[in-house]
Design a protein around this ligand. Sequence first.
Ligand SMILES: [Zn+2]
Length: 346
Amino acid sequence: MGHARLETVSESRAAMNRFLLIRFLAALVCFAVTASGRAEAARLDFLEINGRLHVDLLAWGQKQGFRSRWNPRTGELLLTNRWARLEFKADTARMELDGVVVWLEWPVLKDRDRPCLSARDLESVVYPLLKPSKLPPNRRIRRIALSAGHGGKDPGNMEGARQEKVFTLKLAQEVERRLRAAGFEVVQVRERDEFVPLEERPSRANRRKADLYLALHFNGAPSGSGSAQGAETYALTLNNGHSTNGGRSSGPQRGNRQDRENLLLAYHIHRMILNSVGLADRGVKHANFVELRDTEMPAALIEGGFMDNREDALKIFSDQERGQLAEAIVDGIQAYRRLVERGAGE
Ligand SMILES: [Zn+2]
């Protein structure tokens, strides 16, 4: 495991870490000053574990005014305050915010019987979701791009005679109707059963200057065993970060300019899907998907259940149930919009 305190690492590494630490501390100070008006609340201790900076979650939680319940035996940590409930578990990258699963980049570690979160996860995953008011304000959300997965020669997942491309298009049209009724403009990346290459999809949304981009898909287990089920919602893998299902970012992409917004959008859509559709929670995940890499606006990719799972299939193939999924997606967009449009003019 190679646990080492900051002082014991090699000189160059220590210099690099000091640089990162200072940069990170500066961000935290700004954050704490504006959040609480008290600069002294900003001091945090960092430790290096496995070559990465970590924050002691108990100390951090206390400074943020959370009540904490930590069980060193099970590795479970619960942090609660009036506004949020955070759950972590040592040795896993699975976190819950208000009951919704979010995947961190790195597992939470135990160091001297205390739970430690990578500084990067704190800065790039936890803060954007916990403190959306720190995002730049005045983002107007009016035009939504919908990318119905697959089409034409590409059927997507197949379940018997049912093709994913048919149901993603139906869902896109159902979302569009509801968005228009709520006063949004809609850009459909494909309007019919046509093949649109992945690379072309973000360009269509970029050309039309959409404010948000949503890719719509349904899952299928590679084995076709039918045992996997539930919804998962993807944001682009963070700049120089790790994807949830393996692999990593290939350097900064256009979509990385919106890392924080991407995550916030994915989270709120995912939350609404879980609340109203009753799909199992597979979490908000990070992936390096082409559709998310080249978008110039915040983007998320929704996998609205597994076509080869009995329970999920009932929801995917029923017009009424799929209508509820469409409704949830619109609710998620509205929730996101309320958070980022603070003080925005018409
Ligand atoms: Zn698909």
